[in-house]
Design a protein around this ligand. Sequence first.
Ligand SMILES: [Zn+2]
Length: 358
Amino acid sequence: MAPRGPRGAFFGERGMRDISEALAALDAEATAALESAADEAALEQVRVRYLGRKGALAAILRALVDLDPAQRPAIGKCANDVKQRLEAALTARREALLAAARSAAESAHVDVTLPGRPIPMGRLHPSTQILRRICQIFADMGFQIYRSPDVETEEMNFELLNIPAYHPARDMWDTFYTTEEGILLRTHTSPGQIRAMRESWPHPIRVILPGMCYRYEQITARSEIQFHQVEGLAVGRHVTMTDLKGTLVSFAHRMFGAERRARFRASHFPFTEPSAEMDVECILCEGAGCALCKQTGWLEILGCGMVHPTVLQNGGYDPMAYSGFAFGMGPERITMLKHRIEDIRYFWTNDLRFLEQF
Ligand SMILES: [Zn+2]
């Protein structure tokens, strides 16, 4: 039996066992705390709590003095081992935290001396550019923009525009039909004329109707299955062919230049009477004749005419009291003429080498 000292609890076998257990518990607890320390400050707190001068390990070591001298070396060695192991673990954890912080800083590092990276600038599609230009010119003349749906009824697209089912014009304007009977993708923006008239009656109308049109056609350099059209419509009392010519010549002058001559040729459309096509002087040869104008000196840019009495009536306007003019043009065709683009397919193939030129 070992002698008992003043603090008997740490004497003898029992005291030694208590200290060993306290050391083991401290070892496990401190190791876990070190591992979960997330930063340098937390690590320092752990160090003070377990390894500091007033820490848990120091308290155990102080208790050694009460121990039987014969047992001190073994327990002392054990305590020292724990101390060394915890100090090593502390150093390792500190280094790991430092390395993590360093690599985080490196990945967030910005070198302000590097030259800036160029930001690719987007731009408007050539069709959109020309559409906006056309809308702008007509807006200056008091035309409002009227949007009508791409998906139309057969009645709106054909019948009400004076194109009955037997009309040969239907062959030229084959389109995409939906699975629903009588519903199709519009072949022209003209059905919007009927919608605009029915909405505006009995007030005078001055609108342009820009939008996408569709045709079931062989895709070639000159024809696409989808393209833009800009329709124009003016309805009122005493609207005459003179108004039509004045409006369109004014448009041509602003679009192609004030010195550009324009002419009207008689033509036929089912929804206008009389009908005409408008040409402008070739922008390349200025009338002398070249490949672009097929040696004629003129380029056709749009179709137009006085609104057919039947169409006026279908829109709700009395043809005896009202008259109107209408016109339609293809912005892609105008872009092709302005920039001598030889293939309409470039517009929708999304080739940046083409698009970046505008
Ligand atoms: Zn020419």
